[in-house]
Design a protein around this ligand. Structure first.
Ligand code: PLP
Length: 418
């Protein structure tokens, strides 16, 4: 059981009070109560370092990228490419040209699904996803299957929210072309064994895409050690701006895959008869990109790497364990997703209070949670619930905030049960 002694709530891992001062929104009140922001799985708040860097860039340095030989353009292009290098370092690839900027995970998965499939997926081929994917890693593959005559297979999940690896192995065959799974489930918090998933897929010649939307803000990553073929991320879930994210892709594959979005900047030469394409990553970055957002993403990566992803992971694990214990003390509350390996996400359900009511009542207490299907309806169906309430923690959250959530939940249950 969690100790409620306040002195034990101060973690030796991070100076959270100091970190909180970096995030202006965290000192706000909501409905007259101090804001407790626990919807980090949906989107994270921004530190001054990101806000100020974007403001400075937009005020003094803004220009287009890649097109002109004048100072503002040269500088903007330099910052843009510097961020690409920061992403490459964060994800652990030595080749920054394996990083493609996109608007985020959704676009990254669509890019791979549609481009990879045009080159590599034919009638009768198979694609594997899991039962705990975000719709962004489900719908594009369903469409690819319809268009290419391929078959979608699904890795089942145990009652605790873990992928059943023996079943996964049975799904793999010489028809499997790609396995697409998340690293961390946004609906349950499960950390999937992606290294093992990749190894088994590669053993039969299939490629692997990992949806990293929920892992990049929490885990130290190395795509080369994971040995995956594609890895995706979203800037707004890692303290950066919205509208920017990206894709790591193994260079041999990026070179072979056809362009997805076409137009300016992705070409080598255009005549009215024929177009030749630029090399990756430009081949996949048609049009003027979100330049300020890329610069802001660079500042966000600097910010989290300065804190250290090892420390972030350890502290958030402390929060996860603490939050799990205090929420378990709410009468009738069920945690959905109890995998052995979890990131700092707690999904829960109560028979007497619908998740949407939970969210409304918590909001009255200044506590911002997510309630719904979390864009993972097949996961909700698997666990027999219409929706869940979800607390997703960041390194700027405190154990006292989880106490407040548990207390507010007890109050809500009392109110509904009379
Ligand atoms: N995949 C997972 C696991 C997610 O949690 C999300 C967003 O919540 C997405 C994909 C989609 O990300 P975005 O909306 O940033 O494209």
């Amino acid at each position: 059981m969690a100790d409620t002694n306040v002195t034990d709530k101060v973690s030796p891992i991070l100076d959270v009070d100091k970190i909180r001062q970096d995030f202006p929104v965290l000192s706000k009140t909501i409905h007259g109560k101090p804001l407790i922001y626990l919807d980090n799985g949906a989107t994270t708040q921004k530190p001054w370092a990101v806000i100020n860097r974007v403001k400075e860039f937009d005020s003094d340095e803004y220009g287009t990228v890649r097109r002109g030989a004048y100072k503002l353009c040269e500088d903007s292009t330099k910052y843009y490419e510097e961020t690409r290098q920061k992403v490459a370092d964060l994800l652990g690839t030595p080749n920054k040209n394996e990083i493609v900027f996109t608007s985020g995970t959704t676009q990254s998965i669509n890019l791979v699904a549609h481009s990879f499939s045009r080159r590599f997926i034919n009638e009768g081929d198979e694609i594997i996803i899991s039962n705990i994917e975000h719709h962004a890693n489900t719908v594009p593959w369903q469409i690819v299957c319809q268009e290419r005559g391929a078959k979608l297979k699904v890795i089942p999940v145990s009652d605790s929210g873990e992928l059943i690896m023996e079943e996964y192995e049975k799904l793999l065959s010489d028809k499997t072309r790609i396995v697409a799974v998340n690293h961390v489930s946004n609906a349950l918090g499960t950390v999937n064994p992606v290294r093992e998933i990749t190894e088994k897929a590669h053993a039969i010649g299939a490629k692997v895409l990992i949806d990293g939307a929920q892992s990049t803000p929490h885990l130290k990553l190395n795509v080369k050690e994971l040995d995956c073929d594609f890895y995706t991320f979203s800037g707004h879930k890692m303290y950066g701006p919205s509208g920017i994210g990206g894709l790591y892709g193994r260079m041999e594959l990026l070179e072979e895959m056809p362009p997805y979005v076409t137009g300016g900047d992705m070409i080598m030469q255009v005549t009215l008869e024929k177009t030749t394409y630029a090399k990756p990553p430009a081949k996949f970055e048609a049009g003027t990109p979100p330049i300020s957002q890329v610069v802001g993403l660079g500042a966000a990566i600097d910010y989290i790497t300065n804190i250290g992803l090892d420390k972030i992971f350890d502290y958030e694990l402390e929060l996860l364990e603490y939050g799990t214990e205090v929420l378990k003390q709410v009468p009738g509350l069920r945690i959905i997703g109890n995998a052995k390996d979890k990131a700092s996400i707690i999904s829960f359900y109560h028979d007497s209070v619908h998740p949407h009511d939970i969210v409304t009542l918590m909001d009255q207490e200044g506590i911002e949670l997510r309630g719904g299907h979390h864009c993972a309806q097949p996961t909700m169906i698997r666990f027999g619930v219409p929706a869940t309430a979800r607390a997703s923690m960041s390194f700027y959250n405190k154990k006292e905030e989880l106490d407040a959530l548990a207390e507010a939940m007890k109050k809500a249950v009392k109110m509904f049960e009379g």
